[in-house]
Design a protein around this ligand. Structure first.
Ligand SMILES: *[C@@H]1O[C@H](CO)[C@@H](O)[C@H](O)[C@H]1NC(C)=O
Ligand SMILES: *[C@@H]1O[C@H](CO)[C@@H](O)[C@H](O)[C@H]1NC(C)=O
Length: 198
């Protein structure tokens, strides 16, 4: 490869990298920020009320892969692929109420901008609600959503009886920009456009 060709390639690569830099929706549009963060993150912390000794009745936070749809096709609904062998899923069988949190710190965004994960400038969301199994066409969508972003799931052991579930949110809490936490109703959340245009 000539030096000139290599420089052209590096320039094109640099332009491609710059064009994929994430831009959040304006912070006043709180529901859109929430949709954006949920779509960008492909894993989440899920807190349940523990049913396991020695912490029965105490909060228990664990990591799960999530997807609200294939890239660019976010539905806003966080879907999960679960097995009843899993410790947090056992909690959900007793009490399906849970909290899910996702942060732009999970992407390159906050590091690139120089925002600490705890800074309100590093946008993050907390969802309150419950985890519910899904069936039929919704399970078909959940499968497409999850397997497109987590291809390894296709090979997970079938004797674990995996099933598809969704997070049914009752309240969305958004930490983005200054002025404290903001809340969004599920209706406003689902009506908002998830991308950073229009
Ligand atoms: C989905 O199907 C399973 C097994 O057939 C059933 O136990 C469960 O209640 C169903 N869930 C929904 C949301 O219909
Ligand atoms: C989601 O949770 C709410 C509040 O608990 C409940 O009223 C609603 O029926 C649930 N949604 C579905 C699809 O079951």
């Amino acid at each position: 490869m000539t030096a000139l060709l290599r420089n052209v390639c590096l320039l094109l690569f640099g332009l491609a990298a710059a064009s994929t830099r994430l831009v959040l929706p304006p912070h006043e549009q709180v529901a859109r920020v929430a949709r954006f963060v949920v779509h960008q993150c492909d894993w989440a912390s899920l807190a349940t009320i523990s049913t396991h000794e020695p912490v029965v009745g105490q909060p228990f936070s664990n990591v799960f892969s999530v997807s609200d749809g294939p890239p660019g096709f976010g539905s806003g609904v966080p879907y999960m692929y679960l097995t009843r062998m899993e410790i947090s899923v056992q909690d959900l069988e007793v009490n399906q109420q849970a909290s899910l949190s996702m942060s732009m710190a999970q992407t390159d965004y906050c590091r690139q901008q120089g925002f600490d994960p705890q800074s309100p400038l590093c946008a993050h969301v907390i969802l309150s609600g419950s985890v519910m199994e899904v069936n039929g066409t919704e399970a078909e969508f959940a499968k497409k959503a999850l397997f497109s972003r987590h291809p390894e799931m296709i090979g997970w052991p079938s004797d674990h009886n995996w099933f598809f579930a969704k997070f049914n949110m009752t309240q969305v809490w958004v930490l983005d920009y200054f002025g404290g936490v903001k809340t969004v109703s599920p209706d406003d959340y689902y009506q908002a456009s998830p991308n950073n245009k229009n």
